[in-house]
Design a protein around this ligand. Structure first.
Ligand SMILES: Nc1ncnc2c1ncn2[C@@H]1O[C@H](COP(=O)(O)OP(=O)(O)OP(=O)(O)O)[C@@H](O)[C@H]1O
Ligand SMILES: [Mg+2]
Length: 493
């Protein structure tokens, strides 16, 4: 019989209205990177939360090195050598790295916190992992990637044998991902077992040794990555063959919706382009090339220092996204969970939040209409929730994002700006989002799509703006769009 570092078996978890885990299992070896994949809402985060003692399981067994362990809270998990790095990082921004690492277990001396010891020991952990971080630096000044590193250092300082990461690469640049993978390999070399959740299936062959696939709370497969491929994984995740991944029917574009001339802001220089009705304009470039900043300058979030913007032939004066939205522009930002959702409110409330006036007649809210719209978008984006009245915070991460997208689509915009529209979204739902974008374009809506995923840029765009160092380095027409061309102008060679 094989020796596993961790065996979770027969795990069940029920939430009101949802049977989130139905006998799920996961077996992890020491020194192994074990990918955990599945559609949005399939139970990945729930399984990690059970492991980390954040929620209790209804049934099932957890063994570590063959011995059954009972995990009834975060402290039990810590004692058992388990560390979970959640998707939303939970470090305290205004404390230093060292203070975050030693929070609630500060080294004491004569009744006071012994900062000297704290900084030196924290720095030693950092140095041992070969990271370039200063233990005295405040967390607020770190990038997401660096904060993740702090979480890793923290896990190691707890002497973790098992480190689980929930979608660690979803907001990192390619370079940062390389650095994270480097760190993961050094954890591996120390014999630590790593559980790795990701929707980026293309990463698996680079970083993972084995993969467990969850579908609807059940483990449907567990196998070495070398013995499978993306198509098979997708089929296992979704339960059917996914054909027609990208849907795009090109139509001749209509009137000019947006005309940007010589736009400058503190972060972008001389950006000019037009967008016509029914067009999807992709914006490609490396992280930091000025893609989001271009949009921010258009929407008034960054100060416009020069240039002119015409929307439907008239000067666009937007102070912020709400202002732009009143004029018919929807902006679905990169950080969807931070912007414009109310976690304690229901799916229905959040979906119709921006258009609620439409349903108010006198003093009555037309709930039927509100429910109809909500049902329509839940269906179109396959939002998985027990009901429309489920609180948003009880949805899985990806499903919360879909609700944010729905709430913007419900505003009936003429122009939609999407920043990384499919980040954190599973493969099946991605295909649905592409189909939806296509049908919006066919209805004459203009779409600007910022994306780091070259396949979606290549397959969905009518034209691509490639940006580099705050400027447009090339505009590619449809027959010119290819990975080589995009990379050529995105990278300075
Ligand atoms: N606290 C909770 N209360 C009620 N339902 C919950 C709660 N937490 C999770 N769920 C439900 O359990 C199911 C599994 O959710 P989970 O967050 O584990 O999915 P996931 O696989 O991590 O998805 P994603 O890829 O979107 O992050 C979902 O249907 C979700 O709505
Ligand atoms: Mg999740």
């Amino acid at each position: 019989m094989e020796n596993y570092l961790l065996e979770m078996s027969g795990i069940h978890k029920r939430f009101p209205g949802v049977h989130a885990l139905k006998g799920a299992q996961l077996k992890l070896r020491a020194g192994e990177v074990h990918a955990l994949v599945g559609e949005n809402g399939s139970g990945k985060s729930t399984l990690l939360n059970v492991l980390g003692g954040i929620i209790s399981k209804d049934e099932g067994e957890i063994r570590i090195n063959g011995q059954p362990v009972s995990i009834n809270g975060v402290l039990d998990a810590q004692r058992a050598g388990i560390s979970i790095i959640h998707q939303e990082l939970v470090l305290v921004p205004y404390l230093s790295i060292a203070e975050n690492i030693y929070i609630n277990r500060e080294p004491m001396r004569g009744g006071r916190v012994d900062y000297k010891t704290m900084y030196t020991t924290a720095q030693k952990f950092i140095d041992d992992l070969g990271l370039s971080l200063d233990a005295r630096e405040k967390v607020v000044r770190l990038t997401i990637a660096q904060q993740q590193m702090v979480e890793i250092v923290k896990a190691v300082s707890f002497n973790a044998k098992i480190i689980a990461m929930d979608e660690p690469t979803s907001s990192l640049s390619d370079k940062e991902i390389d650095a994270l993978f480097h760190n993961i390999r050094s954890l591996k070399a120390r014999g630590i077992g790593i559980i790795y959740i990701s929707h980026r299936l293309s990463e698996l062959s680079t970083i993972a040794d084995t993969v467990t696939v969850l579908r609807d709370g059940e483990t449907v497969a567990a196998m070495p990555v070398a013995q499978t491929n993306n198509d098979e994984i997708v089929r296992l995740m979704v339960g059917r063959e996914v054909t027609n991944y990208y849907t795009r029917t090109y139509n001749s574009p209509g009137e000019v919706l947006l005309d940007v001339k010589g736009l400058c802001s503190p972060k972008v220089e001389d950006v000019s382009f037009t967008l016509r009705a029914g067009e999807i304009l992709g914006i490609a470039g490396l992280v930091g090339a000025g893609r989001t900043e271009t949009v921010k300058a258009i929407l008034g979030l960054d100060q416009r220092t020069k240039g002119e913007i015409l929307f439907l032939g008239k000067p666009l004066r937007a102070k912020d996204p709400m202002d732009a939205y009143r004029q018919g522009i929807a902006y679905i930002p990169e950080n969807r969970r931070e912007e414009g959702i109310i976690p304690l409110q229901t799916v229905r409330f959040n979906t119709t939040l921006k258009v609620l006036q439409k349903f108010i007649h006198g003093i009555r809210v037309n709930r039927t209409e509100e429910s109809r719209i909500t049902a329509q978008y839940m269906n179109q984006l396959s939002v998985k929730a027990a009901s429309q009245l489920t609180r948003l915070q009880n949805l899985s991460g990806g499903n919360q994002q879909k609700v944010v997208i729905a709430s913007w689509l419900a505003t009936d915009p003429k122009l939609i700006i999407m920043d990384e529209p499919t980040r954190g979204i599973d493969v099946g739902a991605k295909a649905e989002i592409y189909a939806l974008m296509n049908s919006l374009a066919q209805q004459g809506i203009g779409i600007i799509m910022i994306s780091s995923e070259l396949p979606e840029i290549i397959n969905m765009s009518d034209r691509v703006l490639v940006m580099r160092e705050g400027k447009i380095s090339k505009v590619l027409s449809r027959d010119q769009i290819s990975q080589e061309e995009i990379m050529k102008y995105a990278v300075n060679i």
